[in-house]
Design a protein around this ligand. Structure first.
Ligand SMILES: Nc1ncnc2c1ncn2[C@@H]1O[C@H](COP(=O)(O)OP(=O)(O)OP(=O)(O)O)[C@@H](O)[C@H]1O
Length: 380
């Protein structure tokens, strides 16, 4: 267990006969001892390359990686004191699942009785007791994935790396195992970095999430920080299901309070007095972000037409439209309970102050996040 630091880490692949590929660009991250971090992003954003550089399976092109104060760059994987569960499982085919799981402990000459008890414990955690005496090729991909996870989780190491640890698991099993894996890591104070493209996995497992896009780190924060204070337009449009509504708008001076006007005046919202170096000025074009969960339907000064109403068993997703035709402004609102609203119906709504965000129109960075009571402007 140790803290992990990535300092300006860059990975450039140079495939023969092809253009170089910049897979990771100037990544800075400090992960605390005992922390669980998820690298979250879409396919090809550089998550796996990052994990493989930490594990030592890829060289670092630029920058430095250290674990517990020890620089890792030049060390072989076996010298790093890092355990990794691979997305492709990489179990040894000639060994039973039991021997695969126990392999690293036996190699480190741990007492047999201790190994047996640890294997039994992790097998129970991941519900693979019935597969222990079988060979990898004879069990399902889901069980192979659990066996690979089990093998990594029982290894004593300073850092545990998990590459898409749940990708092959059924949704129900996934929810149960997520909670158990988190408990296992936390009970033992283990430091872990996992790679996932699944937001639910990231939110459920990690203390902090590193959102990556096109080789760059977009934001590194707790799930609440990403949701309530997205650092830029990308994170605002990526995090949350559904993510934030984003529309082009302009800040205008009001009598007293400034306002933000979107879609040719179809939507006008009052802002608190804005100040600070980043605060948008009257006349400035911005991206207006509205969190679906803070569009309160059934009250307030605004009106919209219901386009669709989806009841998802525990929440309602409402597709709304302001105005008509090609110029209409679409908005998604989410309500915790069931909302009776028919398509075609006109409903009242209001934007709760904390659901309002502004982003720079030029460089996409956050300029303003609404505070719960709406009395003060809280520049990003
Ligand atoms: N060995 C390699 N040689 C050349 N390019 C590579 C190599 N490995 C990865 N890449 C490229 O680097 C970029 C980042 O890939 P990486 O696998 O790190 O992303 P990822 O976010 O983990 O995606 P995925 O979820 O699909 O694994 C991609 O453009 C990928 O095609």
């Amino acid at each position: 267990m140790a803290d992990l630091t990535l300092d300006s880490v860059t990975k450039i692949y140079r495939p023969r006969g092809r253009e170089p590929v910049r897979a990771v660009s100037g990544l800075d991250m400090a992960i605390a001892d005992g922390e669980i971090v998820a690298l979250l992003g879409s396919s090809g954003c550089g998550k796996t390359s990052t994990l493989r550089m930490v594990a030592g399976f890829e060289t670092v092109s630029e920058g430095s990686i250290s674990l517990g104060g020890r620089r890792l760059n030049a060390l072989r994987p076996a010298q790093r004191n890092v355990a990794m569960a691979f997305e492709g499982y990489s179990l040894y085919p000639p060994l039973t699942v039991r021997d695969n799981v126990a392999f690293a402990l036996l190699r480190e000459r741990a007492p047999r009785a201790e190994v047996a008890s640890k294997v039994a414990e992790v097998a129970e955690l991941l519900e693979i007791e019935g597969s222990l005496d079988r060979y990898p090729a004879t069990i399902s991909s889901g069980h192979q994935q659990r066996a690979s996870l089990a093998r990594a989780l029982i290894r004593p190491a300073a850092l545990h790396l998990l590459d898409e640890p749940m990708s092959q698991l059924e949704p129900q099993v996934r929810a149960v195992l997520r909670a158990r894996i988190k408990e296992w890591l936390k009970d033992r104070g283990m430091t872990a970095v996992l790679v996932t493209h699944d937001q639910t996995d990231a939110i459920a497992l990690a203390d902090r999430i590193a959102v990556m896009e096109a080789s760059r780190l977009m934001q590194f924060g707790t799930p609440a920080e990403l949701r309530e204070r997205p650092a830029n337009l990308f994170v605002a449009g990526f995090v949350g299901e559904p993510p934030m509504n984003l529309v082009e708008a302009e800040v205008v001076a009001g009598d007293g309070r400034p306002r933000v006007v979107a879609a040719d005046g179809l939507l006008t919202l009052e802002l608190p007095a804005l100040n600070g170096p980043l605060a948008p000025r009257p006349g400035q074009r911005v991206w207006l972000g509205l969190s679906p969960r803070h569009l309160a339907v059934g009250r307030g000064p605004q009106r919209a037409r219901v386009v669709a109403n989806q009841w998802l068993g525990d929440q309602t997703h409402l597709a709304l439209e302001l105005g008509d035709g090609a110029a209409a402004l679409p908005l998604i609102a989410v309500a915790a309970g069931m909302l009776e609203a028919e398509p075609g119906e006109s409903v009242a709504f209001e934007v709760e102050p904390r659901g309002l965000h502004l982003f720079d129109h030029e460089d996409d960075t956050a300029l303003y996040h609404g505070s719960p009571d709406g009395t003060t402007g809280e520049p990003a």
